[in-house]
Design a protein around this ligand. Structure first.
Ligand code: PBG
Length: 325
């Protein structure tokens, strides 16, 4: 009779029959860049994470690359915000400048840029705000033009892949059409396809200075109760031309990850978001959990659920742990 325990007796056999592995090549490090020089502003709820100026960004990215992390995901904090998010598509915007610098200083690094309007909007929403029946509303279609413009300007600056995180309907198609029209037919789109309205983004909003000034994001981000809807969101993004689809947050949505991977079998990313990082850091700082073991176990769970790419603030540390063995 088969006794699974038999194979667990030998460390060599345990390694041979492992179904899932973690490798630095799967990791993506999110980074926050703002104007300035020699600037490293700590994020209170995210120990080890900083808003950095472009010069420091190069250092941070170089260290990640050195540790074996092949890719970064860039978020920008502009100097000024307005109601048209002009900083998101300004040729000399913070992300555009940072991308040019990174491309020059670290050519092997894969640069992914987050495409959203919230950091650049005076009201902090991911789309254009207008007057609707119920007062202020997020307007879907006017937002698409700005998102496509932002993505195009990032790719013109040298971004290798764009990652729309706004959750407007039709944005992947709008961005694809714009990139194709400009000749960037081989620049892929990593879409935040199933992005839930989540309390796990709390620390990020401090990091990106992107908290909405009124209301919340529930008119465009998904309801945490819905799994089947996540599959519809993913199907739409794939139809519109997404090359990699993301589930976000990761840890509380492993069932969604698993369903997405099972149903579509396409390249899938898990975004282990800010509060997932903060919770582990806080418990570890209290001596309540083993930071390394818990971090690796949660990332392994995301891989087991179906994630190919792992987006995590702990990426450089994880890469170093994996190298140590
Ligand atoms: C912007 C965006 C958010 C995150 C990534 N892109 C915040 C939000 O939707 O409010 C969250 C990332 C994290 O918490 O680590 N739309």
């Amino acid at each position: 009779m088969c006794r699974p325990r038999r194979l667990r007796q030998s460390p060599i056999l345990r390694e041979m029959v492992r179904e899932t592995r973690l490798h630095p090549s799967q990791l993506v490090l999110p980074l926050f860049v703002r104007f300035g020089r020699k600037l490293r502003r700590p994020i209170a709820a995210m120990p080890g994470v900083f808003q950095v100026s472009p010069d420091e960004l190069v250092r941070e990215a170089a260290q990640a690359l050195e540790a074996g992390v092949p890719a970064v995901l860039l978020f920008g904090i502009p100097e000024t915000k307005d109601a048209r998010a002009s900083g998101a598509y300004a040729p000399k915007g913070i992300v555009q400048q940072a991308v040019r610098l990174l491309k020059r200083e670290l050519p092997p690094l894969l640069i992914i840029t987050d495409v959203c309007l919230c950091e650049y909007m005076s009201h902090g929403h991911c789309g254009v705000v207008g007057r609707g029946r119920a007062g202020a509303e997020i307007l879907n279609d006017p937002s698409l033009k700005l998102l496509a413009r932002a993505a195009a300007s990032q790719v013109e600056a040298g971004a290798d892949m764009v990652a729309p995180s706004d959750m407007m309907d039709g944005r992947v198609g709008a961005i694809r059409a714009q990139l194709d029209a400009l000749g960037f037919i081989n620049t892929p789109i990593l879409s935040y396809a199933a992005k839930f309205a989540s309390a796990f983004y709390g620390p990020f909003r401090e990091a990106a200075e992107s908290a909405p000034k009124f209301g919340d994001r529930r008119s465009y981000q998904m309801d945490a109760a819905n799994g089947a809807e996540a599959l519809r969101e993913v199907a739409l993004d794939l139809q519109e031309g997404a090359d990699i689809v993301m589930v976000k947050p990761a840890l509380a949505y492993l069932d969604v990850l698993c369903r997405v991977k099972t149903q579509f079998g396409c390249p899938t990313a898990a975004y282990s978001v800010s509060a997932e990082y903060s919770m582990i850091k806080a418990a570890a700082a209290n001596g309540w959990i083993d930071e390394r073991a818990v971090t690796l176990e949660t990332l392994l769970a995301m891989r087991r659920a179906g994630a190919d790419l792992l987006i995590t603030y702990a990426a450089p540390q994880v890469a170093r742990w994996l190298k140590e063995g």
